[in-house]
Design a protein around this ligand. Structure first.
Ligand SMILES: Cc1cc2nc3c(=O)[nH]c(=O)nc-3n(C[C@H](O)[C@H](O)[C@H](O)COP(=O)(O)O)c2cc1C
Length: 242
């Protein structure tokens, strides 16, 4: 294949319509492990620091383990949902919708056929020691957090895109990290491995997905200096607002 000989329409479609799928997960259709493996193989092509590949992946299908995870998930999620409900205005329908959909996922998590936990070998502490050793003259919190989880999420997102292009839906979730040690014990995850999230995976039901509402690019992207507009060149080939 030539270096830029892509079916860009399909690729852009996948990139712009890979949604957080929760209500439309098909909870009754089994997911073959081969498909999960294939998507993880694709994910392993993602960028990562020094190509150390400190990602690890735990794929869970055992119904009793999924049930135990779901129970922990709901326990941790409940206070977050209640706090959100008390803070979000009743007429903020978009946020209310996300909250209700997240709740739905929590309520049905044990029925989602595959749970994938992306992990980081080494975790924050190892990166902090490395950067401390290098003697950077900065508060390391941001550097450590940014670089540690950037080891994982580009690959995890590739995994989710690969799932999407095969008719499977997923959602990036973090909430169970509120009980990370308990889940680590449940799954025999060693101390030096940090969990980065939980990705429930199932085939999706219904119609295709659409681009989601997002703030316009001009509100969030700047040119040369913070606050300066990134104006559109006269010959722009941009896809424009979706
Ligand atoms: C850092 C982060 C944490 C998230 N945590 C959760 C979560 O715990 N539960 C959940 O259902 N979705 C979670 N999500 C998914 C977001 O709700 C979702 O990406 C967002 O609503 C946009 O969805 P959309 O792309 O379908 O518009 C998380 C996403 C991110 C980036």
């Amino acid at each position: 294949m030539h270096v830029d000989d892509f079916d860009r329409t399909s690729i852009d479609h996948v990139l712009t319509t890979t949604r957080a799928v929760r209500r439309r997960l098909d909870l009754d259709r089994p997911v073959p492990l081969d498909v999960v493996r294939e998507c993880l193989e694709i994910a392993l092509q993602a960028p990562n620091g020094f190509n150390f590949q400190r990602w690890r992946w735990l794929v869970i299908t055992d119904p009793s383990i999924r049930a135990a995870i779901a129970e922990i998930y709901r326990r941790v999620e409940l206070p977050a949902v209640e706090a959100l409900a008390s803070q979000v205005p009743a007429d903020d329908f978009d946020t209310q919708k996300v909250a209700a959909s997240s709740r739905y996922l929590g309520d049905h998590l044990e029925r989602v056929p595959v749970h994938v936990i992306p992990c980081h070998a080494g975790g924050l502490q190892q990166d902090r020691e490395l950067f401390t050793h290098l003697g950077y003259d900065t508060d390391l919190d941001n550097m450590v957090a940014a670089s540690t989880y950037a080891e994982i999420w580009p690959a995890a997102w590739s995994f989710m895109l690969a799932l999407r292009s095969r008719g499977l839906g997923s959602s990036l979730t973090m909430i169970h990290l509120g009980a990370e040690p308990e889940v680590a014990r449940l799954l025999d995850i060693p101390d030096e491995i940090s969990q980065a999230g939980l990705i429930p995976v199932a085939y999706f039901r219904g119609e295709d997905f659409r681009p989601a509402p997002r703030r316009p690019l001009d509100e969030v992207a700047f040119h040369d200096r913070w606050g300066q507009p990134l104006t559109r060149p006269a010959t722009s080939t941009s896809v424009g607002p979706l």
